[in-house]
Design a protein around this ligand. Structure first.
Ligand code: AMP
Ligand code: MG
Length: 311
């Protein structure tokens, strides 16, 4: 998935802890084998290679994740869209640093994306692309999904407290450490990742941040994010970072990406509709960043400064 996972857990002894780590990382490996577009042999790569020529029947787990992703595309008005694969390539984000595509290339990539062009058939458990050259990219949801699966397994094996993260951008907090109110997770300052703009304690909840400091590229003095607005085919500008707290990591991962595209106002409307989620949206560029707090449970330090915002 192009990221690294970390697992912290409480176990009765070291031997049991090592067994549990093995289970956790085997599960991550299993999901990587299914979802990663960095692997030519993954199930998603197989779908990408064949679904434009005819329906591809897939396994129940992948089908379920595609169904859920499509549901999020509808709910977010197309802000979240796993069919961005060709756009991601056109902008050079896949194994690349980012570049401005030629207009024809961008037009082709737009023709080969869009959630309405991905057809799922529940009876056949199949996926089909309506446009040639389409490609799925689960970069905005796969790591969250993996965290949920690992959390479920660990819970089944009797683990009462664990903290899981993917790339230190998506977290799942299982239970809480003994004698503590929850797992403390910090939200980095988008201008300076070593600094913190808020920190929260979570128990049986998830937090995901989109738009980390590494997810940018600069071209002719302008900053572009790795998150695309699928409706325009262009990278989102003017949003620096979005952090979402939700019940599951799949949900917080999806929603952080969706809110990055939607911005604070439409993002808030989506969160209210979903219910039970909270967000911290940092907008602006350069030194003029603004923080929008949507049901956020913690206090907030303004990015780039250490002053309190008057919330
Ligand atoms: P995240 O860090 O979870 O926000 O995921 C960002 C990654 O998801 C990008 O690097 C792309 O691979 C992919 N992506 C970019 N824009 C979108 C979008 N609007 N919807 C879904 N996935 C996207
Ligand atoms: Mg995401």
């Amino acid at each position: 998935m192009g990221t690294s996972f970390e697992v912290y857990l409480y176990a009765p002894d070291g031997r049991r802890a090592r067994e549990l780590f093995q289970v956790a990382f085997d599960e991550i490996e299993r999901i990587e084998t299914a979802l990663s577009t960095y692997r030519a042999t993954s199930e998603i790569s197989r779908i990408n290679a064949h679904a434009a020529t005819g329906p591809v029947t897939t396994d129940p787990e992948v089908f379920q994740l595609l169904t859920e992703s499509l549901r999020w595309s509808r709910r977010s008005g197309g802000a979240f869209d796993i069919t961005v694969g060709r756009l991601v390539e056109a902008w050079g984000f896949f194994r690349g640093e980012g570049r401005y595509p030629q207009p024809e290339e961008l037009a082709r990539a737009r023709e080969a994306s869009g959630w309405a062009r991905m057809v799922l058939d529940e009876a056949e458990r199949s996926v089909r692309f309506l446009a040639p050259g389409m490609g799925l990219d689960l970069g905005a949801v796969g790591k969250g999904y993996a965290l949920d699966r690992v959390a479920r397994l660990l819970r089944e094996l009797g683990v009462g407290a664990a903290l899981l993260n993917a790339g230190r951008s998506s977290y799942f907090a299982l239970g809480r450490p003994p004698d503590r109110g929850g797992w403390r997770i910090r939200v980095p300052d988008p201008l300076d990742p070593d600094r913190t703009i808020s920190s929260v304690e979570l128990e049986d909840a998830s937090l995901s941040t989109s738009g980390s400091a590494e997810q940018y590229f600069e071209l002719e003095g302008r900053r572009y994010s790795h998150i695309l607005d699928p409706r325009t085919g262009h990278p989102v500008q003017g949003v620096a970072q979005v952090t979402v707290i939700a019940a599951t990591a799949t949900e917080s991962d999806v929603l952080s990406t969706a809110l990055f595209v939607l911005g604070p106002a439409k993002g808030e409307a989506l969160l209210q509709e979903v219910g039970g989620a909270a967000a911290l949206v940092v907008t602006g560029t350069g030194d003029e960043l603004q923080v929008h707090d949507i049901n956020w449970p913690g206090t907030v330090d303004r990015p780039g400064t250490r002053r309190r915002t008057g919330q």
